[in-house]
Design a protein around this ligand. Sequence first.
Ligand code: BDR
Ligand code: CA
Length: 316
Amino acid sequence: QKKMILDLDTGIDDALAIAYALASEEVDLIGITSTYGNVVTTQAGQNSLRILELLGRTDIPVYLGLPHATTTDHFDVMQVSQDIHGVNGIGEVALPQAQRAVEKTTAVDFMIAAARQYGDNLIIVPTGPMTNLAAALAQAPELTELVGNVTFMGGALTVPGNVTEVGEANINQDPAAADQVLRSRFKLTMVGLDVTLRTLLTKHETQLWRQLGTKSSLAFANIVDYYIDAYAALNPQLHGCALHDPLAVGVALDPSLVQTIGLNMKVETTAPFAARTVGDVDRLNAPTTNVQVAVNVDAPAYLQRFMHRLTALFAQ
Ligand code: BDR
Ligand code: CA
């Protein structure tokens, strides 16, 4: 069984990433680290604790990560994040206060310790800004040789950004951190807007959850309907909400769901193209590539697996 760490700015699709990981027997979710983005880091931690409690998995530890990019001294949640995920990050659904707290160990220390313990068997899945992973890398450069794979949700190669012309939200929060990770020796898989915007969920599916009538199925149906309504208002051309973060988990567990191209990538860190994920011209002729960039996805196969797994989880 593979070991997995989810690094989340929990967020509605981040919550779906937790559910997908817990519903997947081939992986052992050993911890959730929190980052900022859809909400502030502390709220992301609280949301992860609440989702875990809703799903009956209070055995999984949650660690607090860094509160903002190292290039700034504060973080404010963007209006568009509040519009998509709600002010509380989980569609304004009031889940009960978690009965336990986050761990004392920091997210960065946990990532480093887990890499040393599990090595190649460990997959790290960041679905928010990569501030925590970049900090772990700076502190322990050997992580790149230890960790099996880093499969991140972020970036856009063949399509425009979703918060700026070229910037995808997660990369845009901390382009420098993403650049450090992309230009490192980590074995990386990029699950960006190129594929996540083709993997859509509708109210047809949330209605199937609702019919299960369990606590978790009803809560998730309400949370995700908020996200579907927000997507309909902001992206009417899509006909559904994008399964960004759970797709990253799906691809981490089964890379055959996507077609990838191997590239050496970097992130632009200065205007006018800040946050653009692009091929690194300095490594164009390098003999190897370190990023598998997903450019196509078998969306029907993924959706079927997603529904099969989440329905089974919510039915419990
Ligand atoms: C990404 O940004 C966040 O709002 C979502 O949770 C997802 O990780 C999509 O650009
Ligand atoms: Ca996210």
